[in-house]
Structures are given as C-alpha cells and as structure tokens.
Design a protein around this ligand. Structure first.
Ligand code: URA
Length: 232
C-alpha cells in the first residue's frame, strides 16, 4: 500500500504527506520522501519521528450514545454520533453498527469493519439487544405474553422477544434479536403504551460499561469485542 495510506493509522493524510516530504519517515531504515512509496504493511518497518508506526486497518469503538445525536456519519440537520469521536478515531471513518433513534441512549458499536457489521446486524446470528425502557403506563403480564409470541407489527412479524419487569411496571427490560426501525417503541405501542425513555444496555454478552458517561466511548480490540458479544 502507499506510504501515506499506511501512515493514515496515526496521522491525517495531509499530515502524513508533510511528514514524508520533510524526510521524517523511514521504511526499513531508508528515508522515504514520496507519498506513493509502496510499503508492505505486514513486513516493512516504518519509523516516523523515532517511533515505529504499526498499521491497523480496523477500529472497534463502544459508545454510550447520548440523546440528540443520530446514528449516522452524516446528516443534513442533526448532529451525528461520529462528531463525538476524537480525530485519532474519526480518521478511520467508523460508522455505527445498526441504528439507535435520535432520542435513544446507550450502547452503540462503531467500526469500519464492514464484515463484522454485517454479521452483527444479521438476524440469522440472533444477537440479542437488550433495552431499558420507561413507559407512560405500566406494562402488564399479557404484554409479556404478546412479546413472547412474536408480535405482528403490520409490515413484519417480530421474532419472539422478552419483556422483563422491574419493581416498577413502567420500567422494563426488553430483549429483541432484530433491529427494525422503532421496533421497541412500536412493540410497546402495540400494547397501548408509549415509550418515554429508551436506552440500550447490551448487545449479546457485551454490556454498557457503567464507567462510560453519556457521549463517551472506549476502544476495544476485535477479539475483546466479539468475545464479549458472543459470550452468552
Ligand atoms: N427500538 C426503538 O424503538 N428505538 C431504538 O432506538 C432502538 C430500538
């Protein structure tokens, strides 16, 4: 790959080009002054300013999404979750895995790994997403039965879902294995209740870290991320 692309792991493309031009970069001990110099990311040693640069193609981030941000990389009107990322992560061009509504908070994965994204959002993989919801009216036992039976929502029939009660019947946990548009809100609406607050608390065995404040995020390795998700 081109040397400037390789350095994209650590710098913006324009920073990388400037560094290369200035003679600050060596490949296998030899100064490389051309941005299109070809490097092998697996075997070449690239040093910049005395530090070895290790190439990585993908990043994996877990965010505690705040309300008020859309799960997108670009939007005409609204702020996007990617605006919450620092440059060092944004330069990898990560995108959200699945979608949380603008007013939904909680666990959101962002990555630039398309294959993993595809895997995680595929209903075939049956990755369960768990939400904490507050409703305007108390949910009832009959609602839990309706959830479990696979609810007909008109344009699709939801896979069986789980409704768990807390001490307060307006505050419930709902686990679904699909990610259809407004799914949880629509399921509650079908039971005659309106969701007034929604937060995703887990994706498979990956739980929202209570140390992550709203709007904060952490970087994980792919192995760490997937082993947690599939640890159920
Ligand atoms: N279901 C919803 O209704 N909204 C979300 O943001 C996620 C799941």
């Amino acid at each position: 790959m081109r040397l400037d692309k390789f350095l994209g792991t650590a710098f913006t493309r324009s920073e990388a080009r400037k560094l290369i031009k200035s003679g600050a970069v060596t490949v296998n001990g030899v100064t490389a002054v051309k941005a299109d110099f070809k490097v092998d990311e697996n075997s070449d040693t690239v040093i910049c300013g005395g530090e070895q640069i290790v190439y990585r193609e993908f990043i994996y981030l877990v965010m505690n999404k705040p309300a008020g941000f859309v799960s997108a990389v670009w939007d005409k009107k609204q702020r996007c979750v990617t605006e919450l990322l620092r440059d060092e992560h944004r330069r990898f061009e990560p995108f959200p895995v699945g979608r949380l509504d603008i007013d939904t908070e909680g666990l959101l994965i962002l990555t630039n790994d398309g294959a993993l994204t595809h895997e995680l959002i595929s209903p075939k993989k049956n990755v369960v997403k768990k939400y904490f919801a507050v409703t305007d009216l108390p949910m009832e036992d009959a609602d839990a039965e309706l959830f479990a039976s696979g609810m007909d929502l008109g344009d699709f029939t939801a896979l069986p879902a789980k409704l768990e009660f807390t001490e307060n019947k307006n505050e419930i946990y709902i686990s679904v294995s699909e990610g259809k548009f407004h799914q949880v809100k629509r399921m509650c609406e079908k039971c005659g209740k309106k969701v007034t607050y929604l937060k995703r608390v887990s994706i498979g065995g990956l739980h929202l870290d209570s140390a992550l404040k709203c709007g904060e995020y952490a970087e994980l390795t792919k192995e760490n991320l997937t082993s947690q998700i599939y640890s159920v």
